[in-house]
Design a protein around this ligand. Structure first.
Ligand code: ZN
Ligand code: ZN
Length: 387
């Protein structure tokens, strides 16, 4: 894996550039919120409104924010601070964190790092967490990878999540934030308290994956490839030089390596005939439809040479865990014996977890799943782009 040690000297001054800025992450993106409670947890917060600027040190306690027409009204137990179009709770220290409780609708308390901006959008409170990128990455890693993984795997996941976040930083630009907190962008459920994750994020601070042209890669990943990953153009229309199919034996005994689904033969034949216009009346084609093999590697199409249905279409229609399945007959049913879980493009999470447990470094794991990529410090990347 290539690195750029000679340019290390320029890191510090460039680090103060775009990378140091906070990301704007929309919180509770799928809910229409009408009443929330904001409570400073660590550090002093400045409350900035059109009408006033106050410090939480002088006004400790809980702040209630409600919708009032096109404005946000802010109250504490003792005082009404008035209303305005935009409210900002700004942490005075970079370690600042706060509790967020939605009363209507009611959801359990969440904790976030750094600042909270509140506006009105479509009749509800629109919450934007202005958060340092490494704090955000730690929260995402915990949401995406859960607890119980190795430190090396968390380092790997940190680099993937950081690369994804920065390559998708304009995804919600039209809505005046960077990313939402749902799987549409990356799942983000708040501040991470997991010390192994926090250390892994710190140890890989600023590291991202780029292709030969020094562009951030689309760091796609999935749960389990079943033994072979997939070329990107076989799932999406886009062909990427680094998203190439690789054979993977590391995931073969992991939890999502195998699945099975039984379908009544009559339902299967009806589906093929009516929806796909497959020639079920032809005896050879019909036999092939009931005994479809994928034992020697992934296929793209089902089932005969003369008539092709993309396997990704069948996966979607039957909500299968993967396109990597074989079919056999059992009585008046067919049994799909499947391998893997997910689209199969890019990094196989369960394979990567097993590799990390075997002592393989995150750099080698990245090079195994992404073809011809480089791991670079973001500051170097900014420098090279500006040059
Ligand atoms: Zn999104
Ligand atoms: Zn795999």
């Amino acid at each position: 894996m290539k690195k750029y040690p000679l340019l290390l000297v320029v890191f510090v001054c460039i680090q103060a550039g775009s990378y140091a800025q906070k990301l704007k992450i929309r919180l509770l993106s799928d809910l229409t919120l009408s009443r929330i409670l904001f409570t400073p947890l660590a550090g002093d917060y400045k409350l900035r409104m059109d009408t006033c600027q106050i410090s939480s040190e002088n006004n400790p306690g809980v702040y209630q924010l409600t919708v009032e027409g096109d404005s946000v009204r802010v109250k504490s137990f003792e005082k009404d601070f008035g209303k305005c179009a935009r409210v900002l709770f700004e942490a005075q220290l970079k370690e600042g964190s706060f509790k967020l409780k939605s009363i209507a609708p009611e959801i359990k308390v969440k904790v976030y790092d750094n600042d909270l901006e509140v506006r009105i959008s479509q009749g509800g409170l629109k919450l934007i967490n202005r958060v340092g990128i490494e704090n955000y990455i730690a929260g995402v890693v915990e949401s995406e990878a859960g607890s119980g993984s190795t430190s090396e795997y968390y380092k790997l996941q940190s680099i993937l999540c950081r690369t994804y976040a920065l390559s998708n930083i304009h995804k919600h630009e039209a809505d005046s934030f960077n990313l939402c907190d749902l799987v549409h962008c990356q799942s983000y459920k708040g501040k991470s308290e997991n010390t192994i994750i926090l250390q892994a994020v710190f140890d890989t601070k600023g590291l991202v994956i780029v292709d030969d042209d020094m562009n951030l890669i689309s760091a796609t990943f999935h749960s389990n490839c079943g033994g072979q990953t997939v070329n990107s153009e076989d799932v999406w229309s886009l062909s990427a030089s680094y998203l190439r199919s690789v054979k993977d034996t590391f995931c073969l005994h992991m939890p999502n390596a195998h699945w099975q689904k039984t379908i009544a033969t009559s339902d299967w034949i009806n589906y093929l005939s009516l929806k796909q216009k497959y020639p079920v009346d032809d005896s050879l084609s019909c036999r092939q439809a009931l005994t479809f093999p994928q034992y020697n590697g992934r296929e793209l199409y089902f089932a005969s040479k003369e008539f092709k249905i993309p396997l990704k279409t069948i996966r979607s229609d039957w909500q299968l865990k993967s396109t990597y399945f074989s079919i056999r007959q059992l009585g008046d049913s067919i049994v799909l014996n499947g391998r893997g879980y997910g689209h199969g493009v890019g990094l196989c999470q369960e394979g990567a977890m097993h590799m990390a447990r075997l002592g393989i470094s995150y750099g080698d794991i990245i090079n195994f799943y992404y073809t011809g990529v480089h791991l670079v410090d973001l500051a170097v990347l900014n420098f090279l782009k500006e040059d």
